[in-house]
Ligand binder design. Structure first.
Ligand code: F6R
Length: 613
C-alpha cells in the first residue's frame, strides 16, 4: 500500500511525479505529496485527499526542479491529514523522505530520538525513520547513503524509502525490504515507482530492486549496492505492457473497463496453454514441479480476499479432478499460527499484485520448512513471482480498479488448467470429462462476451431497484459457493452495502433470521448437481417474503419463474460455470456503486496492493 514515485533527469520533475502518482493512486488515496530539490533547497508540498487535491493546492506555483519524489498514502500510523502526509522532513529540513511500509520498532527509535531532543510533527513511523537517519548522518559525519545503510540494519519492518538530501542536488537514495520498487532507465533520466506504470510513458527498460538493496540514482547513473556496501550489477528487464492498458479507454471507470475486458483477458490466460483439439495443456510451471505435485501429501492454497475465493473454488476442483487433498488458507492466519508443513507439501500462492505482505511472508515461512512454492500471480516480476519455485502468470494485464474483477476470472482460468493438467498427469480424469471441460473452457471468452452484451442493460435495471438496500445476502452451493462469497465482497467494496455470502443450505443455521420483505437475496443458481436443492432454498426465502435475484442458466424456467429478478448465463459444465456466474455479480456491484454516487475505482479505506499486514 502507498504508492511511491521518483524522478531524476533533465526535464521538470513535478509533472512527471504528479502523472506517476495518478497512476499509483489505486495503492492508497488518503493523502498525496511531493518533495522537489530546486538546487538550493528542498520544497515539500502535501495535502490530505487524492492527488487532485495536491494538484489544486500547488496550482500556479512555478516549481523549477528536475529531481523529486512523490507519495500517495494509505494510512497506517496516524489519521489521513496534511500533517501525516508524506514526504516527511528531518528536523533540520535537510532530508526529505517518502516511505511505503511499516517500521515496527518505530516506538523504540522514537523514544531514543525524543531523548536527544528531536521533535515530531506527525504521528507516523516514517517521520521517525527520516530523523533516525539524520541523527546517524550527523553523529557519524557520514554521507546520506552510509547513514541509510546503518539505519536500516536497526530497522524492523517493511519499507521502500526514497530520500532527497539538500547537499545532493542530483541524487535520490532508495532502499527496499518487503515493499516493491522498480527503477526505469530513461534517456539521461531515471524513474522510480512502486510498479512500472508511472514510467511506461517514458521507458520500457526497468530494474526490479530486491530486498536489502540500496540504489543511488542520478540522471546518468544507477548504482546498486547491498547493505554491506558491495556493488550489485543491475539486471535490466524489458517491459511488455502498453500504456493503453493502464488508461480508461472510453469507459467511465477502470472497473467497468476491466469487467468488459474479460473476454480478452480470459482468452489471454488460456492462450498458448491449451489445445482443445489435441486434448493437451502446456504449463511449464506445472511441468517444473510435476514430480512434487504428483507425490504431494496435500496442496495448500494461500491467498487473501478475492484471490482466496479463487483458491476456494480451486480446492473443490482439484479435489474432484486430481484426488489430492487441498487446504485453503487465509495468508494472514497461516503465517501466524504454527501450521504443519513438510517437504511433501506444495503451496499454491494466488495473488493479483504479487506483493500482498501476508501472502509473501506465509510463503517465505513455508519455503523455510521445505515446501515447494507455486505462484499464480498477475504482476510480472512481483515479489511473489520471484520467490516461487515455479509458477504461472495470469496474463490479465494491469488491473487498476481497486475491486478485483478481471484478475479473478484470469485466476480461475489458469487454476482450471492446472487442475486439468495435474489430473491428466495423475490419470484421475476420464478422457471424456477432460475433453468436455477443455472444450467448455475454450468457449468461456465467447460466453463472457455474450453475458456482457445481453445482460448489462438488464442488470442496470436490477441495480436501480436495489441500490437503496441496507443489506444483501448471497447464496450458492458447491462450485458456486465461492462465487456467492465473491459477489458479496464485490458489493461491499464498491457500494458500502453490508453483504454476506453463505453456502445456501447454511442459511438455515442463522442468516435466515435476517430475511424480510426488504432483504435482497442473490442466488447463484446455475444448473448443476445441486440444482433441486438450491431451488428449495429459493422457495424458503420466498416463503419469508425475501426478494430473490438469481443467476440462472439459459433455459432454466423453474428458477427464473421463482426469482423476482433474473440474470442469465450460458449453460456449461458445472465445474466451469462459476467463471461465468461471477460476471453478472461484478456488473451488479458496479452499477449499484455508481447509482449510489460512489467512486467505484477507489472505494474508501481500500488499497489495491496490501503491502502491510
Ligand atoms: C477484492 C480485492 C482484495 C484482493 C486481496 C488480495 O476486490 O481486490 O480482496 O483480492 O487484497 O490481493 P492480491 O490478489 O493482490 O494478493
Amino acid at each position: 500500500m502507498c504508492g511511491i514515485v521518483g524522478y531524476v533527469g533533465s526535464n521538470l520533475a513535478y509533472p512527471v511525479l504528479i502523472d506517476g502518482l495518478k497512476k499509483l493512486e489505486y495503492r492508497g488515496y488518503d493523502s498525496a505529496g511531493v518533495a522537489l530539490h530546486t538546487g538550493n533547497s528542498i520544497e515539500v508540498y502535501k495535502k490530505e485527499g487524492k492527488v487532485s487535491a495536491l494538484e489544486g493546492s500547488v496550482y500556479g506555483k512555478n516549481i523549477q526542479a528536475t529531481i523529486g519524489i512523490g507519495h500517495t498514502r494509505w494510512a497506517t500510523h496516524g489519521e489521513p491529514s496534511d500533517r501525516n502526509a508524506h514526504p516527511h522532513s528531518s528536523n533540520s529540513g535537510d532530508i526529505a523522505m517518502i516511505h511505503n511500509g511499516i517500521i515496527e520498532n518505530y516506538a523504540q527509535l522514537k523514544n531514543e530520538l525524543l531523548q536527544k531532543g528531536y521533535t515530531f510533527k506527525s504521528d507516523t513511523d516514517s517521520e521517525v525513520l527520516v530523523n533516525f537517519i539524520e541523527d546517524i548522518k550527523i553523529n557519524n559525519e557520514c554521507s546520506l547513503e552510509e547513514a541509510v545503510r546503518i539505519a536500516l540494519k536497526r530497522v524492523v519492518g517493511a519499507y521502500v524509502i526514497l530520500l532527497l538530501d539538500k547537499d545532493l542536488p542530483d541524487t535520490i537514495i532508495a532502499a527496499r525490504k518487503g515493499s516493491p520498487l522498480v527503477i526505469g532507465i530513461g534517456d539521461n533520466a531515471h524513474y522510480l515507482g512502486s510498479d512500472a506504470s508511472p514510467m511506461l510513458a517514458y521507458t520500457k527498460e526497468v530494474v526490479y530492486i530486491n530486498d536489502y538493496e540500496l540504489a543511488i540514482v542520478r540522471p546518468d547513473e544507477l548504482v546498486l549496492k547491498n547493505l554491506g556496501n558491495e556493488r550489485i550489477t543491475p539486471f535490466v528487464q524489458k517491459l511488455d505492457i502498453e500504456l493503453a492498458s493502464i488508461e480508461k479507454g472510453g469507459f467511465d471507470h477502470f472497473m467497468l473497463k476491466e469487467i468488459f475486458e474479460q473476454p480478452q483477458t480470459i482468452f489471454d490466460s488460456l492462450r498458448g496453454r491449451m489445445d482443445a483439439e489435441q486434448q493437451s495443456i502446456t504449463l511449464s510451471g506445472v511441468d517444473k514441479i510435476a514430480d512434487k505435485l504428483l507425490k504431494a501429501n496435500r496442496v495448500i492454497i494461500v491467498a487473501c480476499g478475492t484471490s482466496w475465493h479463487a483458491g476456494l473454488l480451486a480446492e473443490y476442483v482439484i479435489e474432484e479432478l486430481c484426488r489430492i487433498n487441498v487446504e485453503v488458507e487465509y495468508a494472514s492466519e497461516f503465517r501466524y499460527r504454527n501450521p504443519i508443513i513438510t517437504d511433501q507439501d506444495v503451496i499454491i500462492a494466488i495473488s493479483q499484485s504479487g506483493e500482498t505482505a501476508d501472502t509473501l511472508v506465509a510463503l517465505e515461512n513455508a519455503k523455510k520448512q521445505g515446501a515447494t512454492i507455486f505462484g499464480l500471480v498477475n504482476v510480472v516480476g512481483s515479489s511473489i513471482a520471484r520467490i516461487a519455485d515455479a509458477g504461472a502468470y495470469t496474463h490479465a494485464g494491469p488491473e487498476i480498479g481497486v475491486a478485483s474483477t478481471k484478475a479473478f476470472t484470469a485466476q480461475l482460468a489458469v487454476l482450471y488448467l492446472i487442475a486439468l493438467k495435474v489430473a491428466q498427469l495423475k490419470g484421475t480424469i476420464e478422457a471424456t470429462l477432460f475433453n468436455k471441460l477443455l472444450a467448455d473452457l475454450a468457449k468461456v471468452p465467447e460466453h463472457v462476451k455474450e453475458i456482457l452484451e445481453d445482460q448489462d442493460a438488464i442488470i442496470q435495471e436490477i441495480a436501480r431497484k436495489y441500490s437503496d438496500a441496507r443489506d444483501f445476502l448471497y447464496l450458492g452451493r458447491g462450485y458456486n459457493f465461492p462465487i456467492a462469497l465473491e459477489g458479496a465482497l464485490k458489493l461491499k467494496e464498491v457500494s458500502y452495502i453490508h453483504a454476506e455470502g453463505y453456502p445456501a443450505a447454511e442459511m438455515k443455521h442463522g442468516p435466515i433470521a435476517l430475511v424480510d420483505d426488504q432483504l435482497p437475496v442473490v442466488f447463484v443458481a446455475t444448473k448443476d448437481s445441486y440444482h433441486e436443492k438450491i431451488i428449495s432454498n429459493i422457495q424458503e426465502i420466498k416463503a419469508r417474503k425475501g426478494k430473490v435475484i438469481a443467476v440462472v442458466s439459459h433455459g432454466d424456467e423453474v428458477a427464473a419463474d421463482l426469482a423476482d429478478d433474473v440474470m442469465f448465463v450460458p449453460q456449461v459444465h458445472e465445474i466451469i460455470a462459476p467463471i461465468l456466474s461471477v460476471i453478472p455479480l461484478q456488473l451488479l456491484s458496479y452499477h449499484i456503486g455508481v447509482n449510489r454516487g460512489l467512486d467505484v475505482d477507489k472505494p474508501r479505506n481500500l488499497a489495491k496492493s496490501v503491502t502491510v499486514e
